[in-house]
Design a protein around this ligand. Structure first.
Ligand SMILES: Cc1cc2nc3c(=O)[nH]c(=O)nc-3n(C[C@H](O)[C@H](O)[C@H](O)COP(=O)(O)OP(=O)(O)OC[C@H]3O[C@@H](n4cnc5c(N)ncnc54)[C@H](O)[C@@H]3O)c2cc1C
Length: 375
């Protein structure tokens, strides 16, 4: 074999896996089509370290988010990655929503996440400028500088002897008697093939396409692009909130509602909204005409906000296996021996909380490699 292990995709999850696995395997490659890491979903998200509040008990999302959150905080301290454990409020602005947040507290507690129910007075103490009747306070939520995190994963992978190859797009995967042959187009668009024992498909928005290249075509694993746009709060009103502030989420969890996030540079963003795209196109355009609806959603709990205080910011695309209107789906992380593809590990539908979970996901994938090497 030319490689023991090949990881396809250098987003935050592919790189977290690369760092973990390069500790134990010498001959490891990461193949990334862009000229550097994190050019897709990993640099177009809210950069929130989620607590693990909403996900169904026992799901991979719940388990890996809760474990990943602690691992990520420890990692940030160890490697001096900029982060802030700022906390988050989930705000009820109507009487009906008070009942809903009590339900959220119970789901969170089943996931091992403690939330505090706080009244109007305590809310005003924490965030004097917002409006809420009652709120849940999540002390373990935070924010992180994702670029610095990915840079550290990249550096550690290389220091461990792993090779990261940029500007190379995987275009074909052929199963061999043992292992796989991968074909790629290099930076000059010339085809190049090599063999590998194990493939880790961490190709984000294209992870279903990569699985298909290997021969796995499953309607349940098809990615549906789901765009999320942000507006930013313009100074001086960007200093009026100190924590993340979320509304009560929509029942089918297509998204968790237009919320307020702060970033490490002191910016305040509203969003993301939720829009399933008709086809899987990489459409990162922002829509200035959405300003009215963003403003109206946010104004329910940010009464100081005027229409002119916000401006279009950026957009990201969620790689959902869930179709529009369907219930939320879990991460799909699978070593595919049962489908006849030993040593192929697919990560599909790695939407939020993928960033928060990345180090726990890397541990989980390491476990799958060890298990499949012993069988
Ligand atoms: C709007 C939005 C907000 C979010 N907010 C949060 C949040 O606050 N907290 C949180 O925990 N998570 C959040 N997420 C989720 C998080 O961003 C993702 O889970 C995470 O970034 C996924 O990382 P990844 O490495 O799987 O994918 P990506 O970052 O998409 O990386 C995949 C890589 O694979 C490469 N690739 C694809 N096909 C090929 C090929 N054929 N050959 C070579 N390379 C290939 C791509 O170029 C890309 O670099 C959010 C997501 C979105 C869209």
């Amino acid at each position: 074999m030319d490689a023991d292990i090949t990881i396809i995709g250098a987003g935050v999850i592919g790189l977290a896996i690369a760092e973990k696995i390069s500790e134990n395997y010498g001959n490891l490659f990461v193949i990334e089509k862009h000229l550097t890491f994190g050019q897709e979903t990993s640099s177009r998200n809210s950069e929130v370290i989620h607590a693990g509040i909403y996900y169904p008990e026992g799901s991979l999302k719940a388990r890996l988010c809760v474990e990943g959150k602690s691992l990520l905080y420890d990692y940030c301290k160890k490697y001096e990655i900029p982060y802030k454990n700022c906390g988050k409020l989930i705000v009820a602005t109507t009487n009906e929503e008070i009942g809903v947040i009590k339900g959220i507290k119970e789901t969170a507690s089943r996931n091992g996440v403690d939330l505090e129910l706080i009244d109007g007075e305590k809310i005003r103490e924490l965030e004097p400028n917002i409006f809420a009747l009652e709120a849940l306070y999540s002390p373990s939520t935070g924010i992180i500088d994702t670029h610095s995190l990915m840079k550290r994963f990249e550096t550690n992978t290389r220091n461990n002897g792993g090779e990261i190859v940029y500007g190379s797009e995987v275009t074909g995967i052929r199963k061999l008697d043992k292992g796989y042959e991968i074909t790629l187009l290099d930076t000059d668009k010339n085809p190049y093939s090599f063999s590998t024992g194990i493939i880790i498909n961490s190709a984000g928005l294209a992870s279903d396409k990569v699985a298909e290249m290997a021969g796995i075509s499953d309607e349940a694993l098809r990615i549906h692009f789901c765009k999320g746009e942000y507006f930013r709060v313009i100074p001086p009103k960007n200093h009026l909130v100190n924590r993340l502030v979320y509304p009560v989420p929509h029942p089918n969890m297509e998204g968790i509602g237009i919320h307020v996030t702060i970033d490490m540079a002191g910016g305040v963003k509203l969003g993301p909204d939720v829009k399933f795209l008709d086809s899987n196109v990489y459409d990162y355009k922002t829509t200035p005409s959405k300003q009215e609806s963003f403003w109206r959603s946010a104004r329910k709990f940010l009464p100081f906000l005027e229409f002119v205080d916000i401006a279009p910011d950026m957009a990201g695309i969620r790689p959902k296996t869930q179709r529009k209107g369907d219930p939320a789906r879990d991460f799909y992380i699978m070593e595919e021996s049962e489908r006849g593809f030993k040593g192929l590990i697919n990560l599909i539908g790695m939407e939020s909380p993928g960033l928060t979970s990345c180090i726990a996901i890397a541990k989980y994938v390491d476990g799958l490699i060890k298990k499949c090497s012993h069988n």
